[in-house]
Ligand binder design. Structure first.
Ligand SMILES: Cc1cc2nc3c(=O)[nH]c(=O)nc-3n(C[C@H](O)[C@H](O)[C@H](O)COP(=O)(O)OP(=O)(O)OC[C@H]3O[C@@H](n4cnc5c(N)ncnc54)[C@H](O)[C@@H]3O)c2cc1C
Length: 484
């Protein structure tokens, strides 16, 4: 018995109610433990990026080949083989597990691997989703139904603040949260699972670890790195802290997040430029969930502020962001219910996109070098006329000149979709300390500590959160209980 006044005690305390936390809670209970979930947000805004995501996971048909694929994707940033094996085997069980919860599962679209050139990519058989659909909170709702069916209690508006440890051993024995403005202490007989999501909403951590100054979010403002900081306080080592996924997009400050533009969807007469007005990349380069293959190497992209410039023809081609019919994801669309205008005029009116009759006027409004921009557009237009982009080899069918005024542009900071790093953990989801030792009683799963050290394919994050969430719940349930 420890000298702490607990408000409540459970076998397992799960922090965060996204895919990883829910999977941990359900698996922990199925393994015989009594589980409680503490969630930072209110019921309407809970669920983190899981709720706002596409909610689709990759179909891992062959765990052996999946292990090879993950190793190839990690490149120089290899993972412990046991972690690779656990990931490969457990992600292959996601669909069966979701079906066991009563979810109806089908393939979404007909997708091939994003890295077909890498060994092991033949394991990848496209995406699976609830009812074969993307977004619209479908996965989150299916998971929450399973939580309710099992009478697992989720205590909302109760952010975990710090872990409580047994002083002599350092074992994690509970957590202090804040509930109704007061400390709320929950003892954990078997363990605490941190599943609080990433740190992309924590401006200081984003600067320190990702080197981005002020990127708008695509997902949940709850991803403030709380779990990472709590784990650091009890001596956790960190991994994958500089890895992330960003995407070109436009900020919508009044709504609290940004919109991904995905290369302006249907439009073609657009370019990306740097602050000096120069083009710097093939604007239609394949976006591989945070990385691109350029100059023969995989690089994080986009990872710096750039400017998206387009003309009247592009404005008239349709909304520059994917609509709810195509990609019903993200904070602005699902929480704020913002519907982007068909002709982009409402967003120009709001100042999210700026307009000018001349390129130099546009450059002035965006803080770009005016002559640099004019020169780049003139050169790009010449490439369009010739049908050959001599600078970046952009696909000829996408070479449409920017000639119809007015001109438009926005700053793409870029949009930060997610961070990948957090407390280092082993194949059993046990958090490891700075000397490599297991921190007893502490587990991590999902984006608070994702498996991904470098490149990753589509649907890998939900797969990772579900897989290591289950592993964390099972391992914690298997811990010898202590009296707290
Ligand atoms: C727009 C968008 C689309 C995406 N689409 C896909 C996709 O289709 N497929 C895919 O594989 N990946 C996708 N991803 C990534 C994927 O959504 C995430 O990696 C995954 O959902 C992470 O799950 P998680 O449980 O680790 O974290 P989250 O889902 O973010 O959940 C974390 C939870 O912890 C809570 N929390 C935070 N701090 C505390 C605290 N101190 N105390 C208690 N609770 C706390 C949060 O409120 C939240 O409920 C997408 C991401 C975005 C932003």
């Amino acid at each position: 018995m420890y000298d702490v006044r607990w408000d409540r005690v459970a076998d397992i305390v799960v922090l965060g109610c996204g895919a990883a936390g829910i999977a941990a809670a359900i698996a922990g209970q199925a393994s015989g433990a009594n589980v409680v979930v503490l969630e930072k947000m209110n019921e309407r805004h809970a669920g983190g990026n899981t709720r706002l995501s596409g909610g689709i996971w990759f179909d891992n048909r062959n765990p052996e080949r999946a292990a090879v694929y993950l190793e190839s994707l990690c490149g120089d940033f290899s993972l412990p083989p046991q972690v690779v094996r656990a990931w490969a085997e457990e992600t292959a069980l996601n669909s069966e597990w979701l079906q066991s919860l009563g979810a109806n599962i089908a393939h979404y679209g007909d997708y091939i691997p994003e890295y077909p050139e890498l060994a092991g990519s033949d394991c990848y058989r496209g995406y699976l989703g609830i009812d074969g659909k993307i977004g619209d909170e479908l996965l989150y709702r299916a998971l929450m139904r399973a939580i309710q069916d099992r009478n697992i209690e989720v205590i909302y508006e109760s952010p975990a603040i710090q872990l409580i440890t047994e002083p002599s051993s350092g074992r994690v024995i509970g957590v202090e949260a804040k509930k109704d403005g007061k400390p709320y202490r929950v003892g954990a007989r078997r363990g605490v699972v941190i599943a609080t999501g990433g740190f992309e909403a924590n401006k200081q951590m984003v600067r320190d670890y990702l080197g981005l100054a002020n990127p708008p979010l695509w997902g949940s403002p709850a991803s403030e790195g709380d779990g990472i900081r709590m784990a650091m306080q009890v001596g956790a080592d960190l991994w994958h802290m500089s890895n992330m996924m960003a995407i070109d997009g436009v900020d919508a400050p009044e709504l609290g997040a940004g919109f991904a533009t995905l290369g302006l969807v249907g439009a073609k007469s657009f370019i990306f430029v740097a602050p000096d007005g120069s083009r710097f990349i093939d604007e239609n380069v394949d976006l591989r969930h945070g990385h691109v293959l350029t100059h023969g190497r995989y690089q994080l992209f986009p990872r710096e502020r750039s400017f998206v410039i387009f003309d009247e023809q592009a404005r008239l081609a349709g909304p520059v962001v994917p609509g709810p019919g195509e990609l019903p994801v993200g904070w602005n669309m699902l929480m704020e219910k913002y519907v982007w205008s068909e002709d982009n005029l409402a967003e120009i009116e709001r100042g999210w996109i700026v307009a000018s009759d001349t390129l130099s006027g546009l450059a002035g409004k965006l803080g770009l070098h005016p002559e640099g921009l004019e020169k780049s557009v003139a050169l790009y237009n010449r490439y369009c006329d010739a049908g050959l982009d001599e600078q970046f080899n952009r696909e000829p069918t996408t070479l449409v000149p920017l000639r119809s005024a007015p001109y438009y542009g926005f700053v793409s900071e870029p949009i930060l979709a997610w961070s990948n790093g957090g407390p280092r953990r082993d194949a059993n989801a046990r958090v490891l300390g700075v000397s490599g030792q297991v921190i007893e009683g502490l587990f991590a799963a999902g984006n608070v500590s994702s498996t991904y050290s470098w490149c990753k394919d589509g649907g890998f994050h939900i797969a990772d959160a579900l897989a290591f969430g289950r592993i964390a719940g099972r391992t914690a349930a298997g811990n010898e209980p202590i009296s707290v």
